[in-house]
Design a protein around this ligand. Structure first.
Ligand SMILES: C[C@@](CO)(OP(=O)(O)O)[C@H](O)COP(=O)(O)OP(=O)(O)OC[C@H]1O[C@@H](n2ccc(N)nc2=O)[C@H](O)[C@@H]1O
Ligand SMILES: Nc1ncnc2c1ncn2[C@@H]1O[C@H](COP(=O)(O)OP(=O)(O)O)[C@@H](O)[C@H]1O
Length: 309
C-alpha cells in the first residue's frame, strides 16, 4: 500500500472469546456491570497506519463489505482521537486486513481500534505510556483495552478494567460463524427483557474457572464456560441452539455463544479433535463458515515499522 517511501506501521491484533460473561444490572450510564474472562485467540486482523495527504480508512479481506469505511470505522475514530490528544494534525491513512468476523461477538471492531491506536502511537511517537493508551482505548469501547493486552484477563466495570489471569498451555477452539450479525446493544437489551423484573445481583466471577485455566485442564474449563448473554443471543437468532447442539453432538468438550454472538465457540480436547470437528460442522452446514483457532495469544503488537522522517 502507498509509496514505498511513506512512513507506516502495521499492527497485528487478535479476536476474543469470553470464557465467562456474567451480566449485572443496567447502570445509569446505559452500560451493564459485567464480570468476564476475556481470552485472545489467533484469529487476527492487521491494521496499517501511514502518513498521508488526507484522512482515510479502507478495509480488505472476506468481511470487508460489512465494515464502514472512512469516519464511521472505529479504527478511524481511534487514530483521530490519538492524534487529537497528542496535538498532532498530520493526516493518517488506515488500512485494515480483516479476518475477524463482523458483528460476531469476537470484538473485531474493538480489535481494529486497538490496533489502530497502537500503530498510530508508534508512527507518531506520541510518548503516551501504557496507562494513557488504556484510557484512550476505554473511551473507544468497553472491549478495546483487552485487545491491547491480549492473553487471558478478567474484565470488570463495563469490561474495561483488566486483571491478567494465569493460564497453562494453550486451548484449541472451533468457531462457527454466521453471515447474519447481532447488534451488541440489542443483545444486552434482550437480556434485560428476558430477565423482566427479576432482581439482578452485581456480577462476580464463577468458581473453578481460574483453577481450570491455571492447571491447563481443558475438561474442567469446558464445564466452566458460561455466558449470561447466550439466551438473549439465541432468543434473537434461534438457530444458534442447533449450532450449539451440533458441536456437542460432534464431540466438542464445551460450546458457548461468543460474547453477544452470533459466533459459537467450541472447545476441543486438542488440535486434531478441532480439525475433525471443523470438517464435521462444515459438512453438516450448521454455520456459514467454520474456522479453528487457539488461545491465548498476545494482544496488539507491531509487526512492521517503517518510519522515514
Ligand atoms: C458483549 C461484549 C462482551 O465482551 O462484547 P461483544 O461480544 O459484543 O464483542 C462487550 O460487553 C461489548 O463491548 P463493546 O462492543 O466494546 O461495547 P461498547 O462499544 O462499549 O458498547 C456498545 C453498547 O453495548 C452495550 N453494553 C456494552 C458493554 C457493557 N458492559 N454493557 C452494555 O450494556 C451498551 O448498550 C453500549 O451502548
Ligand atoms: N473496524 C471495524 N470492524 C468491524 N466493525 C466495525 C468497525 N468499525 C465499525 N464497525 C461497526 O461496528 C459494528 C460491530 O462490529 P464488531 O466489533 O465486529 O462486533 P462485535 O462487537 O459483535 O464483535 C459493525 O456492525 C460495524 O458496523
Amino acid at each position: 500500500m502507498g509509496s514505498s517511501l511513506s512512513s507506516q506501521v502495521t499492527v497485528k491484533v487478535p479476536a476474543k472469546v469470553n470464557l465467562e460473561l456474567r451480566v449485572g444490572p443496567l447502570r445509569d450510564d446505559g452500560f451493564h456491570a459485567i464480570s468476564t474472562v476475556f481470552h485472545a485467540v489467533d484469529l487476527c486482523d492487521e491494521v496499517t497506519v501511514r502518513s498521508d495527504r488526507d484522512w482515510s480508512c479502507q478495509t480488505t479481506g472476506p468481511f470487508s463489505d460489512k465494515v464502514p469505511n472512512g469516519d464511521d470505522n472505529l479504527a478511524m475514530t481511534a487514530v483521530r482521537l490519538l492524534a487529537r490528544r497528542a496535538g498532532i494534525e498530520e493526516p493518517l491513512a488506515v488500512e485494515i486486513a480483516k479476518s475477524i468476523p463482523v458483528a460476531g461477538g469476537m470484538a473485531g471492531g474493538s480489535a481494529d481500534a486497538a490496533g489502530a491506536l497502537l500503530a498510530a502511537d508508534a508512527l507518531l511517537q506520541t510518548g503516551f505510556n501504557k496507562r494513557e493508551l488504556h484510557s484512550l482505548a476505554s473511551e473507544l469501547g468497553s472491549d478495546v483495552p483487552f485487545a491491547l493486552y491480549g492473553g487471558t484477563a478478567i474484565g470488570s466495570g463495563r469490561g474495561e478494567q483488566l486483571a491478567p489471569v494465569l493460564t497453562k498451555g494453550s486451548f484449541e477452539w472451533v468457531f462457527a460463524l454466521h453471515h447474519e450479525g447481532l447488534s451488541t446493544p440489542a443483545v444486552y437489551a434482550e437480556c434485560d427483557r428476558l430477565r423482566g423484573d427479576d432482581p439482578v445481583d452485581e456480577p462476580v466471577p464463577g468458581e473453578g474457572l481460574m483453577t481450570a485455566l491455571r492447571a491447563g485442564d481443558v475438561d474442567a474449563l469446558a464445564r466452566r464456560l458460561h455466558n449470561d448473554l447466550q439466551d438473549a443471543a439465541c432468543s434473537l437468532l434461534p438457530r444458534l441452539w442447533d449450532t450449539l447442539d451440533a458441536g456437542i453432538d460432534a464431540g466438542a468438550l464445551g460450546a458457548i455463544v461468543s460474547g453477544s454472538g452470533p459466533t459459537v465457540a467450541f472447545l476441543c480436547a486438542d488440535r486434531s479433535e478441532a480439525l475433525d470437528l471443523m470438517v464435521t460442522l462444515t459438512a453438516g452446514k450448521v454455520a456459514d463458515v467454520v474456522v479453528s483457532a487457539s488461545g491465548p495469544v498476545h494482544g496488539a503488537h507491531v509487526i512492521h515499522d517503517v518510519r522515514r522522517r
